[in-house]
Design a protein around this ligand. Structure first.
Ligand code: 6PG
Length: 327
């Protein structure tokens, strides 16, 4: 098992990567014109939320979405307008579209800036990424340019069954040729607090070496793609309902030692980091999550942490039908 850690990667991080163009910048929507029309916004929202279907339905919707984005590119774009909800009759179809979504972004970012920074959560998300390690993507994706991170990690040995590293390694990393030096695991030999500081330091080195961009809007790191799951209580990463860490607005990475979901000791990215990502996918399946999905998307009752997720360019909720049953 490859066991890179932030500490052991330092020497690699300081050396100038040959596969990166320096001072790159990505095209962004220009947000200078008149406000986005609310009638267009509601049409978009209804297309999105009613998109129950197969992969081909989703492809048609992608076309619609492109058209809406053309209109939107001339408008002021709010977090709500950057949000899209895709609903799938089968988790299998969700997995197919999630793979295409990720592969398309990989192509775009690898071409534009010579690197693709991807963050994953633990949980069932890793299984939903299974199509990405199969044909045609296994051979077509430029894996050497991937940089792989965790939005949260449990402070346990890497070969422990609770380790998000182990989960991702067994289900994903062991099947694709991402260079071991581009896999940023935590240093689990440290305390939770020190491991969080260590990971934040690691991210700051990656900013210096131009692997990670910084959001011009927020000043926090801007990952190209963040792939998140959501718990039945609506938590994302290790940001749990009612926990003070949900309000952290300065640090990039924090520790938690009283996680309500075991194990109790973890590190997690903060909301400013999650929400500074260019693209975020929130992947949620199963009827046990329907209430939290409803509360997060419809803002009913107490809005759980998942309802605070946003993205700089695009937030896509990938839901199966049972998870969307209360929308
Ligand atoms: C963790 C996770 C956590 C997870 C959700 C969803 O390490 O616990 O990163 O945020 O993604 O709890 O997990 P499930 O999809 O397995 O319900």
């Amino acid at each position: 098992m490859a066991t890179s850690s932030c500490c052991s990667l330092r020497s690699i991080l300081f050396s100038s990567p040959t596969n990166l163009r320096s001072n790159y910048s990505l095209p962004k929507y220009h947000l200078t014109c008149s406000p986005f029309s609310s009638s267009t916004a509601s049409r978009f929202e209804s297309y999105s939320v009613s998109s129950i279907g197969t992969g081909s339905t989703s492809r048609k919707l992608s076309h619609t979405r492109r058209k809406v984005l053309e209109v939107r590119s001339m408008a002021t774009t709010t977090a709500e307008e950057k949000k899209r909800v895709e609903i799938y009759d089968l988790e299998e179809n969700l997995a197919v579209d999630l793979a295409k979504f990720t592969a398309d972004l990989s192509d775009k970012f690898c071409k534009e800036r010579g690197a693709f920074t991807v963050v994953v959560s633990g949980g069932s998300l890793i299984k939903s990424l299974r199509k990405l390690v199969e044909s045609p993507y296994a051979d077509s994706i430029d894996w050497a340019r991937w940089h792989f991170f965790w939005v949260d990690e449990r402070v346990v040995p890497k070969d422990h069954d609770d380790s998000n590293y182990k989960l991702a390694y067994d289900g994903f990393l062991s099947k694709v040729p991402i260079p071991a030096g581009n896999v940023y695991a935590i240093n689990e030999s440290l305390s939770a607090e020190a491991a969080a500081d260590d990971y934040e330091t690691c991210l700051k080195h990656l900013v210096k070496t131009n692997i990670l961009r910084v959001s011009e809007t927020t000043g926090f790191p801007e990952f190209d793609l963040m792939l998140l799951g959501m718990g039945p209580d609506g938590h994302v990463a290790s940001l749990f309902p009612g926990h003070g860490l949900c309000n952290e607005n300065k640090k990039w990475v924090v520790s938690i030692t009283d996680s309500p979901k075991p194990p109790s000791e973890r590190i997690t990215f903060t909301f400013p980091v999650i929400n500074s990502s260019a693209h975020v996918a929130l992947v949620v399946c199963g009827s046990g999550k329907a209430e939290a999905v409803q509360a997060a998307l419809k803002k009913t009752g107490t809005v759980p942490p998942a309802g605070s997720v946003s993205a700089e360019e695009e937030l896509v909720w990938f839901l199966d039908k049972p998870a969307s049953s209360k929308l």
